[in-house]
Structures are given as structure tokens and as C-alpha cells.
Design a protein around this ligand. Structure first.
Ligand code: SF4
Ligand code: SF4
Length: 114
């Protein structure tokens, strides 16, 4: 799993920086990471929680990055993608974007109902 998946929040490991310390693998409660021949890899990107940066903050090498900054356009894309996949957008993520005034509540409602 090397490339970003459009509209899906998930980590990508920079293999040049990764030291295989396992911190992200041991930290993530969602089973996003697995071990492949002793190497940590992103196995289940769609299990990642929208807006979560937990493993990134654990990584001592700065080897983890995410698809794109959380902008209004990104939030809209996540909502549309989730609708298409019949998935709920996590309330944690929506709380985060509202708290940081990235998007207005009425716009979220409009996208959710559209
Ligand atoms: S961002 Fe959170 S949910 Fe996603 S892989 Fe990292 S720790 Fe797991
Ligand atoms: S925490 Fe960072 S350095 Fe350690 S295995 Fe994960 S990506 Fe690699």
C-alpha cells in the first residue's frame, strides 16, 4: 500500500525515514498497520479514523504523513465519499472540523442530505 486513496483519510509511511520501530503498529487501535516480513506496512487504510493523527505523533522518525491538509474541500470530499460507501463520517472528525471552523455546520448538513 504505497499510494493515497482519494478521499480516504489514512497514513502513508515514508520508507526512507521509517526505522521499523513498531510504535505505530503497536499504537493504532484500529488495525490499520500490519507486519510484513518484520516490516510495518499500512494494510487496512479504510479502517483509519478520519482526522486521527495518533500514530503520526508516536513516530520518532517523522515517517508518517496523511493525504492532504484538512480543508473545506477535503471535508466535503470525505462526506461525499462516505455517503457513496454508505459509511458514517466519524463524529470525532466532524467535531474537529467544526471546532477549527474549517466548515460550517449548515454546509455539513447540506452535504450529508444532498
Ligand atoms: S491515524 Fe489513528 S486510526 Fe489511523 S492509523 Fe494512525 S492511529 Fe490508527
Ligand atoms: S512509528 Fe514511524 S519509524 Fe516506527 S515503524 Fe511506524 S512509521 Fe516506522
Amino acid at each position: 500500500m504505497k499510494d493515497f486513496i482519494e478521499g480516504v483519510w489514512h497514513p502513508v509511511i515514508d520508507e526512507d525515514k521509517c526505522t521499523n520501530c513498531d510504535f505505530c503498529y503497536e499504537f493504532c487501535p484500529k488495525g490499520v498497520y500490519t507486519k510484513d516480513n518484520e516490516k510495518v506496512v499500512v494494510e487496512n487504510p479504510s479502517s483509519c479514523v478520519d482526522g486521527c493523527h495518533g500514530c503520526e505523533w508516536q513516530c520518532p522518525s517523522g515517517a508518517i504523513r496523511f493525504p492532504e491538509p484538512i480543508t473545506k474541500e477535503y471535508v466535503t470530499k470525505v462526506i461525499r465519499w462516505s455517503k457513496k460507501k454508505n459509511k458514517e463520517v466519524s463524529s470525532k472528525f466532524l467535531d474537529y472540523v467544526l471546532k477549527n471552523q474549517i466548515i460550517e455546520e449548515c454546509e455539513i448538513n447540506r452535504e450529508t442530505k444532498a
